[in-house]
Design a protein. Structure first.
Length: 110
């Protein structure tokens, strides 16, 4: 199978982290530090989860290490490399959900 496109990776990320905004949306809208975002992502990803089915991207995710695996084939979280892990997961959360970082002194561009 071909590697996932950027849009497919974004869709997989949103599917794996869908509870993040539902549970912590108000806090995230105000802005959180990377350390706090890491805590919230760990809660949203949980101990271990996943999903998949016909004509769907196969997902696996875990809060420990902020790991998200995705593939059009069945994901093997032991042998497959995560598409997001650690700081890359935090960075993607900021990008996808437009989460400001109050510790960043740079003014946001509108």
């Amino acid at each position: 199978m071909a590697p996932l496109t950027h849009d497919e990776k974004v869709a997989a990320f949103k599917a794996a982290t869908r509870s993040l905004i539902n549970w912590y949306g108000n806090e995230l809208a105000e802005g959180v530090t990377d350390a706090r975002l890491e805590e919230l992502l760990k809660q949203a990803l949980g101990i271990f989860g996943g999903s998949g089915g016909p004509d769907q991207i196969s997902l696996a995710f875990q809060g420990a290490g902020l790991k998200i695996w995705a593939s059009w084939e069945t994901v093997n979280n032991v042998t497959d490399k995560p598409i997001f892990q650690g700081k890359a997961t935090i960075k993607m959360a900021r990008e996808v959900y437009d989460i400001p970082d109050p510790s960043n002194g740079q003014m946001r561009l509108l």
